[in-house]
Design a protein around this ligand. Structure first.
Ligand SMILES: [Zn+2]
Length: 296
């Protein structure tokens, strides 16, 4: 523990080491991987034991987040990812969970000092304040800071041109945080395995995206026709391609280590979700799915 200002409630407190992508998600990826490790694109030659964490929140705020996380894990994430369910009833905890994830991505990515124009910075400050007020229970509305949650299933075909041959692996396995800028507004982007969360900050296309919007109270997640904002598919394709490029740049020693881990325990590899996601890509793209070293 370390003393400091809690990023959410702004009180001087003992701070806890907080995960940005919830801990249960990182654990799930590790447990269902072919090797039992997670790799991050930034340090591809290192096996990460855990996902990114910082001294960010006080005990009280950490507890607040973990109660919503628990509901999401139990009622949505595990049933969808482990049992193949595609429907879930939810209550206000889903909106709170999504807002907390968006807040974490926003504050984390901004802490990396990514250059933004003054206008964008002001709009992100306003987003941060509104999200914080909502999370702390000071307000019950999010206004234009809508949360959009998209369950991502494996896909067998797409009518969008230029889909990369590791798209299923990106959908089903990747964790990622980013801030996207476009003419239509900033989007706070949080990718979990099997789910995509977009935090809008006022977006020109929000009216046509109603099917993915998380309501502030009771609602239902179910298979439906979703609409992504313009340019988002291309962004995801680009990210998938970058992952392939990063893996192909991995050192030979690391590649050998992976091969050895798999050969030492081939049953784990064959029953892993990494392999399952790879097979979906193989079905969809044929041998192109083999082109580069893959996530293991
Ligand atoms: Zn706090």
């Amino acid at each position: 523990m370390t003393q400091g200002i809690c990023r959410l409630c702004k009180k001087s407190q003992d701070l806890k080491l907080s995960h940005f992508i919830p801990k249960f998600v990182g654990k799930w990826v590790k447990d269902t991987s072919a090797t039992g490790y997670i790799r991050f694109n930034q340090s591809i030659d290192k096996r990460a034991q855990d996902i990114v964490k910082e001294y960010w929140l006080c005990e009280c705020c950490e507890q607040l987040f973990s109660s919503w996380e628990h509901e999401f894990a139990r009622k949505v994430f595990y049933p969808f990812m482990d049992k193949g369910e595609s429907r879930a009833r939810y209550d206000v905890w889903l909106s709170k969970f999504c807002a907390s994830l968006t807040w974490r991505t926003l504050t984390y990515v901004r802490s990396l000092h990514v250059e933004k124009s003054d206008d964008v910075s002001r709009s992100l400050d306003a987003a941060e304040n509104t999200l914080a007020g909502y999370l702390l229970g000071e307000s019950t509305v999010l206004g234009k800071y809508e949360q959009h949650l998209f369950p991502l299933e494996s896909i067998a075909e797409t009518n969008v041109r230029g889909a990369p041959p590791n798209l299923n692996r990106y959908f089903l396995r990747t964790m990622q945080m980013d801030l996207l800028e476009s003419e239509s507004g900033s989007i706070i982007y949080t990718k979990l395995p099997g789910f995509l969360l977009l935090g809008l900050t006022g977006h020109k296309e929000s009216n046509s995206m109603r099917s993915s919007r998380v309501t502030m109270g009771e609602g239902m997640l179910s298979p439906r026709s979703y609409r992504w904002p313009t340019g988002l598919a291309e962004y995801m394709f680009e990210k998938s391609r970058q992952i392939t490029a990063t893996y192909s740049s991995m050192s030979q020693a690391q590649k050998d280590k992976i091969t050895k881990t798999i050969l030492d325990n081939p049953d784990r590899f064959r029953s892993s979700r990494t392999y399952e996601a790879f097979k979906h890509d193989l079905d969809m793209f044929g041998n192109k799915a083999f082109s580069k070293k893959d996530e293991v």
